[in-house]
Write a protein that binds this ligand. Structure first.
Ligand code: ATP
Length: 456
C-alpha cells in the first residue's frame, strides 16, 4: 500500500479532483473562465464552511477574551489612505517587450536569489533589475527584453455611490479584511464588555489586482481572509505574540494537517512600524513551502493612523489605572483559499489495492469532511431497501451532513465517497429489515462492521 506525500502529487491532480468531484470550479467557466477567480462547488462549500467553523470555534468560541465581527466590505475612501494601501500597496511589474507578458519583478528576482527589499523605491528597483536582467527570462516566450519596472497598485476600484462618473474619490474593494476591525475598535470597546488585552476575529473577502494569479487557489484576485487582531498594552506584546503563534500552529494540526508539511518563516525585511513578523508556510505541490498565514506584531501603527486620518481619538483608557494609550496590535491573517488548498493537498492519498488497482482517498479529518455519512440501499430495485435507507438517511441528516446514493454497484459508490472524503458509508441490506443493523464501512481502513442504526 502506498501513500503519497504532497511532493509526489501535482497541483494538476488536485485541480482535477476538485473539479471532477464538485469542490472547486474555474470562475465563469462557461464563458471561458476568468483568471484568478474560482467558485466553490457543493462539496467545496461544505469543506470551506467546516474550516471556517473550526477557525471560529478556536478563535472566538474557545477564547473568552475574543469577540467576532462582520464589517461591510466597502469602506470610506480615506481608510485605504490611512492604511497605506493607496500610496504603497503595489507590486513592481515589468513587461516583456516581445509578447507583453507582465512579470512580478520581486518574485522573479527572488527566484534567481536576489532579494528586492519591500521598501525600495521604483528607481532603486529599476537599478537592481538592470543589474540582473541577464538572469531573468520571460516565463512565456523566453525573451530577456523587458521594459522599465513600474509600481502597479493592487487595489480594485468600484464606482459605488459615484453618480457623476468622475472617479474623483474611488470607493475601493477591500485589499485586506482586517481594516474593518480597526474601524470598529472604538464601537466594540464602547458597546461590549471587553478590556485590553482582547481580540477581534473576522472572516471577510479581499480583492487584489494580482498581475499573475496562479497555482489554483494559492494566488487569486478575489479571496477570503480569516483575521484576528489582538489589542495589547504597549510593550506587552512579546508573551502574547508567542502564545498566538503557538495557537495558530496547533490549529493547523487540529485540522489534521501533517506537521512535516508546515514550517515557520520569519520575515527579514520588516516594515518600519513592525516589531516582528512570521509566516506559517505549507508545502504545496509544485510550489513547495509558501505562505498560508501571516502573524504580525504591528505596534500602534493601525490605530494611530486611523486616529490621525479620521480625527477620532482611538486611544484606550484602562478602567482600573486610568492609563491612556493607543493599543498595540498582534495580527493573524490566513487566506482561506490557501488553507482549503493545504487541507485538500494534505488529505489527497493514492493507495495501491491488493488487486493491483488504485484508489484515491481524501483522508480529511472527519470533523471537516463535507459529508459525514453516505447511506446506500444495497439494491436500487428493492423498494423496501430504498425506503429503509431513506429512513436512515432522514434520521442521520438531523445531525450530520449526509448523502443518499443508490446509483451503480456498491464498489463504485465507495470509490466516489472515498474521493470526497466521506468517513463512513452505511449500507442497508435485507438483514437491516429484520434487526435494524447496518454495515458501516470505514474510509481509511475499508473495514466493515455491523452496527445498530441507533448506535450510529
Ligand atoms: P503574498 O506575499 O503571497 O502575496 P501577502 O504577504 O501579501 O501574500 P498578506 O497581505 O499578509 O499576504 O495577507 C494575509 C494572507 O492572505 C496570506 O497569508 C495569504 O494566505 C492570503 N492571501 C494574500 N494574497 C492572496 C491571494 N492573492 N490569493 C489568495 N490568498 C491570498
Amino acid at each position: 500500500m502506498t501513500v503519497q506525500n504532497t511532493q509526489d502529487v501535482s497541483m494538476e491532480d488536485i485541480v482535477s479532483l476538485a473539479k471532477r468531484r464538485g469542490f472547486v470550479y474555474q470562475g465563469s467557466d462557461i464563458y471561458g473562465g476568468m483568471a484568478g477567480l474560482y467558485d466553490f462547488g457543493p462539496y467545496g462549500t461544505e469543506l470551506l464552511n467546516n474550516i471556517k467553523k473550526s477557525w471560529w470555534k478556536a478563535n472566538v468560541q474557545l477564547k473568552p477574551n475574543y469577540v467576532g465581527l462582520d464589517s461591510a466590505m466597502f469602506k470610506h475612501p480615506k481608510v485605504w489612505e490611512a492604511s497605506g494601501h493607496v500610496g504603497g500597496f503595489s507590486d513592481p511589474l515589468a513587461e516583456c517587450k516581445k509578447c507583453n507578458t507582465r512579470i512580478r519583478v520581486d518574485k522573479e528576482l527572488g527566484a534567481v536569489g536576489v532579494t528586492a527589499d519591500e521598501k525600495m523605491s521604483e528607481e532603486e528597483l529599476n537599478s537592481l533589475f538592470d543589474a540582473n536582467r541577464d538572469k531573468i527570462k520571460c516565463p512565456k516566450c523566453g525573451a530577456k527584453d523587458f521594459g522599465p519596472v513600474k509600481a502597479f497598485n493592487l487595489l480594485v476600484k468600484s464606482n459605488l455611490g459615484d453618480f457623476t462618473g468622475d472617479d474623483a474619490e474611488p470607493v475601493y474593494l477591500p485589499g485586506e479584511a482586517c481594516q474593518g476591525i480597526y474601524l470598529n475598535f472604538k464601537n466594540i470597546v464602547d458597546s461590549v464588555r471587553v478590556k485590553v488585552p482582547f481580540g477581534v476575529a473576522q472572516i471577510n473577502k479581499a480583492f487584489r489586482n494580482e498581475i499573475s494569479p496562479r497555482n489554483f487557489l494559492f494566488r487569486t484576485r478575489e479571496f477570503e481572509q480569516a483575521d484576528t487582531q489582538f489589542f495589547v498594552k504597549p510593550n506587552e506584546n512579546k508573551l502574547a505574540y508567542e502564545q498566538i503563534k503557538k495557537d495558530r500552529w496547533n490549529w493547523y494540526l487540529s485540522l489534521g494537517i501533517k506537521e512535516q508539511n508546515l514550517r515557520w518563516k520569519q520575515h527579514d525585511n520588516l516594515v518600519f512600524y513592525a516589531k516582528d513578523a512570521w509566516d506559517i508556510e505549507y508545502n504545496y505541490p509544485d510550489l513547495g513551502f509558501d505562505e498560508v498565514e501571516g502573524i504580525h506584531d504591528r505596534t500602534d501603527y493601525d490605530l494611530s493612523q486611523h486616529s490621525k486620518f479620521s480625527g477620532i481619538d482611538l486611544s484606550y483608557t484602562d478602567p482600573v489605572t486610568n492609563e491612556k494609550y493607543i493599543p498595540w496590535v498582534l495580527e493573524t491573517s490566513m487566506g482561506l483559499g490557501r488553507a482549503f488548498l493545504a487541507v485538500m493537498c494534505d488529505a489527497y492519498t493514492v493507495e495501491e489495492l491488493p488487486d493491483g488497482g488504485t484508489r484515491t482517498v481524501l483522508k480529511l479529518n472527519p470533523e471537516i469532511a463535507p459529508i459525514k455519512y453516505a447511506v446506500f440501499p444495497l439494491l436500487k430495485n428493492k423498494p423496501e431497501l430504498v425506503a429503509k435507507a431513506k429512513e436512515v438517511y432522514n434520521l442521520l441528516s438531523q445531525k450530520y451532513m449526509c448523502e443518499f446514493d443508490d446509483n451503480g454497484n456498491i464498489g463504485k459508490r465507495y470509490r466516489r465517497q472515498d474521493e470526497i472524503g466521506t468517513p463512513n458509508c452505511v449500507v442497508i441490506d435485507f438483514d437491516t429489515l429484520k434487526d435494524d443493523t447496518v454495515t458501516v464501512r470505514d474510509r481509511d481502513t475499508t473495514n466493515q462492521i455491523r452496527q445498530k442504526v441507533s448506535d450510529l
